[in-house]
Design a protein around this ligand. Structure first.
Ligand SMILES: NC(=O)c1ccc[n+]([C@@H]2O[C@H](COP(=O)([O-])OP(=O)(O)OC[C@H]3O[C@@H](n4cnc5c(N)ncnc54)[C@H](O)[C@@H]3O)[C@@H](O)[C@H]2O)c1
Length: 318
């Protein structure tokens, strides 16, 4: 019998799917303190993993472990060196997330551009007739959006932007011009130069040495006063302090943040007081549909691994 540890419960459809697999048994582990994981995980062959941290010490103790199936795409919570050293396969849910994240980006873009909070407040406070005096909202049609990172999410987002009549530009040094053009996008070589003319920026690149503080005080001050920045990728790519300053000085119009340099953000972080930012708590994928897709895909990756039918695109090459 192959034993699967489900580290933090997943969608009921995925649990039901597993119950119907006679060669597999599973346990759900809700206490993901290091102490408990070191005690429990060594007896399992496979793990589905949400956000619990698996460090080198835990992984080195899991001598039976053959596969870690991430419920999601980020690898921040796993020690990839010890996964490689112990010859463990690491998979991600490649198909599940992009739709939900790109919808979340459109939600943030529309919410900020259309001034939805301002209009809602006006009606609730009995100021309906003041509507002509309110700040004008923005249309998306014919506006420029810069998509930074053209992987799964970036590619899904461009279609949605196009449907709104936006002009889509892509900055991704690792994706060639032809590929971007096949999505009706335009490849940008110099991000700092293009930031001066774009109306929207949406971040979909990983956090690494090159992308840390990619959006900072130097390029923020060159951007259009009407521009809007959305970050649903990883905190730290947009420098939080510089973003806050730029918004307070009126250098840009607004921002949408699903991710933070430190999560959860400190309540004393001045950013949280800034009314020009629309926040969500790293929840871009928290739709009912996406949660079900991620649960199913994370379990299917394990089943397919043990039957040698796992699609290679699901495996992280370490
Ligand atoms: N908010 C959420 O809940 C949520 C959900 C899913 C993904 N994410 C994050 O969103 C990001 C994108 O996810 P994805 O699934 O599209 O990833 P992906 O791996 O499919 O695509 C990432 C893209 O970024 C590009 N890239 C790498 N370095 C770059 C650089 N220096 N400048 C510009 N582009 C660069 C890569 O070439 C690749 O095309 C990841 O960081 C992921 O962790 C967040």
């Amino acid at each position: 019998m192959t034993k699967i540890a489900i580290v933090k419960s997943i969608h009921p459809s995925a649990i039901q799917f597993l119950k119907n697999k006679p060669n597999f048994e599973f346990e759900i582990i809700e206490d993901f303190s290091k102490e408990n994981l070191i005690k429990r995980l060594p007896s399992f062959d496979a793990i589905t993993l949400k956000t619990a941290k698996l460090d080198a010490e835990i992984i080195d103790k899991c001598k039976k472990l053959k596969i870690i199936s991430r419920h999601g795409v980020g690898l921040d919570n796993v020690d990839t060196n010890s996964i490689k050293k112990n010859n463990i396969t690491l998979t991600i849910t490649t198909k599940a997330n992009a739709i939900a994240v790109s919808e979340h980006v459109m939600f943030m873009i529309l919410n900020i551009s259309k001034g939805s909070n301002m209009y809602d407040k006006t009606v609730r406070e009995g100021n309906f007739l003041n509507r002509v005096k309110l700040k004008k909202s923005f249309e998306l049609w014919d506006k420029k959006i810069l998509i930074v990172g053209f992987g799964r999410v970036g590619k899904d987002l461009i279609n949605k932007c196009k449907a709104f009549g936006m002009k889509a530009y892509v900055y991704d040094p690792f994706v060639d011009k032809k590929n971007i053009e096949s999505f009706n996008g335009i490849k940008i070589e110099d991000i700092n130069k293009f930031l001066q003319e774009t109306d929207y920026v949406s971040i979909h690149a990983p956090l690494n040495k090159e992308t840390k503080n990619l959006i900072n005080s130097t390029n923020l001050k060159t951007m259009k006063k009407s521009s809007i920045i959305i970050n649903t990728s990883r905190g730290g790519i947009v420098n939080e302090k510089d973003l806050n300053d730029a918004l307070n000085k009126g250098l840009i119009h607004g921002a949408g943040l699903d991710v933070f340099e430190v999560e959860p953000p400190d309540l004393n972080n001045p950013l949280l007081k800034n009314k020009k930012i629309l926040f969500s708590p790293h929840s871009a994928t928290f739709t009912n549909e996406c949660t079900e897709r991620m649960g199913m895909e994370s379990v299917e990756n394990i089943i397919n691994f043990f039957s040698n039918t796992l699609d290679k695109s699901k495996i992280i090459q370490l």
